[in-house]
Design a protein around this ligand. Structure first.
Ligand SMILES: Cc1cc2nc3c(=O)[nH]c(=O)nc-3n(C[C@H](O)[C@H](O)[C@H](O)COP(=O)(O)OP(=O)(O)OC[C@H]3O[C@@H](n4cnc5c(N)ncnc54)[C@H](O)[C@@H]3O)c2cc1C
Length: 399
């Protein structure tokens, strides 16, 4: 009788293991397997959206407030746990690993302390889920080129411009918008004059002056990604997001470090899914009178894939820890985003190969891992931009 080998699930080993983390991992892993994955298998091929009930369940588990202090109803944990949870959710459906990033205190950084406290509570409770509008048609990698204008008029800013790639914009409770309030003066960096504004809105609608068209993507379904036109949208003058940096732009940078580790973790989750599915398929599928897992070429391919995933996981956990202890880890965050996402693109493509024709159908999840992994080398800063950040730390920047 053939004995089927179950997938070996990644464990929390020393030095990262604590009983609390292990409990959180078990809870989220079971939730992702039992609730998220079946929905992904059903909805993603139809370009379906994450159902509202699932958002409620994520909120009940506290997953919108992993990094929010307990005083505001959050779990009071760090980048490590945030990334660990994101990996488990992305293993089931990357979009669910992404939607939790639209809370975690995002859209709460207002100067008014009582308003900030109220929003943090809502963020932790999953009733303040947002969207981020940084990119524009002519400003993607080069965010200093943002042209969307915010002009102060009485007690509000009037925002005019064109944003592209804004995920979850319509379904959001708010949109955090990167705008230009003035041009840089002579001698100032190109990023001078950029600010982040908080546009509060009704979930499921656009406010006056804002129109949007969904972009027809090849993956990353579960929520829509929007092309947005701002035509005189009013935002209260007090809704400037204070980031702790000297300008909106430098604040974006520090937030992007955590976002890059989060993206690395999502990529690891997708690649982990690919490995697990291959482990099962190589035992299930027979050719030439053997399970295809008897062929050494495929066994070694799986061994390489599993090793790459383990290495990328160890790296993102290390960098998450550095961020948690307050180290300046911008270069390491770029490195782990680069390595993990490039790894996931290769490993998920190899998983499709190992599935043969069945891999190239929507009957199997492997095509979803492959489509979603392909995106991870592009968004949150492309691989080339990660290499630019890394090399600028190693060599003098070209004039
Ligand atoms: C599905 C999806 C969801 C997204 N969600 C959001 C979102 O919610 N909010 C948001 O604000 N943005 C979002 N983005 C935008 C994303 O961050 C950008 O697509 C990304 O930063 C790249 O910008 P770009 O597409 O304009 O490419 P470009 O910047 O035009 O790059 C084109 C190519 O040139 C390369 N390149 C550019 N500059 C350099 C350089 N200096 N050196 C070497 N190579 C370079 C790039 O690596 C790339 O290969 C999303 C994008 C996608 C596809």
């Amino acid at each position: 009788m053939t004995v089927t080998q179950e997938p070996a699930l990644p464990e929390l080993t020393a030095p990262w293991h604590t009983p609390e983390r292990a409990k959180l991992l078990d809870t989220v892993r079971a939730f992702a397997r039992d609730r998220v994955r079946p929905l992904a298998d059903e909805l993603d091929p139809q370009k379906g959206l994450i159902p509202a009930e699932l958002l409620t369940e994520l909120a009940d588990l506290g997953l919108f407030g992993i990094t929010i202090p307990t005083a505001y109803g959050g779990l009071g944990l760090g980048a490590f746990e945030y990334a660990m949870v994101a990996e488990e959710l992305a293993r089931a459906w990357m979009s669910v690993g992404s939607i939790i990033a639209r809370a975690q205190g995002l859209g709460c950084g207002l100067a008014d302390a009582s308003r900030r406290d109220e929003l943090l509570r809502r963020s932790a409770a999953g009733t303040w889920i947002g969207a981020i509008a940084l990119s524009e048609p002519d400003a993607g990698s080069d965010l200093a080129g943002v042209q969307t204008r915010a002009v102060l008029d009485g007690d509000s800013y009037v925002v005019t411009g064109h944003k592209r790639w804004c995920g979850n914009a319509e379904a959001a409770d708010f949109i955090q918008v990167l705008v230009r309030t003035r041009d840089p003066e002579d001698g100032e960096p190109r990023s001078a004059g950029l600010e982040t504004l908080l546009l509060e809105k009704e979930r499921g609608a656009f406010p006056d002056g804002l129109t949007g068209e969904p972009i027809d993507k090849i993956g990353y379904h579960g929520f829509l990604t929007w092309d947005l036109v701002f035509d005189g949208v009013r935002i209260p003058a007090g809704n400037v997001v204070t980031t702790g940096g000297d300008e909106g732009f430098s604040g974006v940078g520090s937030w992007l470090d955590i976002a890059r580790v989060h993206t690395a973790a999502r990529a690891v989750g997708l690649a982990q899914g690919a490995v697990e599915d291959c482990q099962a398929y190589l035992q299930e599928r027979e050719q030439f009178g053997h399970p295809i897992g008897d062929f050494q070429a495929l066994r070694f391919a799986l061994a390489d894939m599993a090793s790459e995933v383990e290495q990328a996981r160890a790296f993102y956990r290390q960098v998450a820890h550095l961020l948690d202890v307050g180290e300046d880890a911008t270069r390491q965050a770029a490195m782990c985003k680069l390595r993990a996402t490039e790894m996931a693109a290769v490993v998920t493509a190899e998983a499709m190969q190992l599935h043969g024709g069945n891999g190239y159908t929507t009957e199997r999840s492997v095509e979803r891992y492959w489509r979603d992994a392909r995106l991870t080398t592009i968004f949150e800063g492309t691989s080339e931009i990660q290499r630019k950040i890394i090399s600028d730390g190693l060599l003098p920047r070209p004039a």
